[in-house]
Design a protein around this ligand. Structure first.
Ligand SMILES: [Zn+2]
Length: 72
């Protein structure tokens, strides 16, 4: 029941590029953000490093929005 493309915390899509064969060559959004260690520690040990969190559970929505803002 361990799907790499689903968030282990909420079961939603995590949009991890590595879990999708089409985008596996691209850096995942998770590489560009800082995830609070406490967020990762709240996960069951067996789920850590198996599936990506979704941006919402990783609490990085703000960081992603800042990163994707067009540079004009
Ligand atoms: Zn989630």
């Amino acid at each position: 029941m361990n799907k790499p493309d689903l968030c282990p915390a909420c079961g939603g899509r995590n949009d991890c590029t590595l879990a999708n064969p089409k985008t596996a060559g691209q850096a995942c959004w998770c590489y560009g953000v800082d995830i609070e260690p406490s967020v990762l520690q709240a996960l069951p040990a067996e789920l850590r490093d198996k599936s990506c969190l979704c941006p919402r559970c990783a609490r990085v929505d703000d960081q992603l929005r800042a990163n994707s803002r067009p540079v004009a």
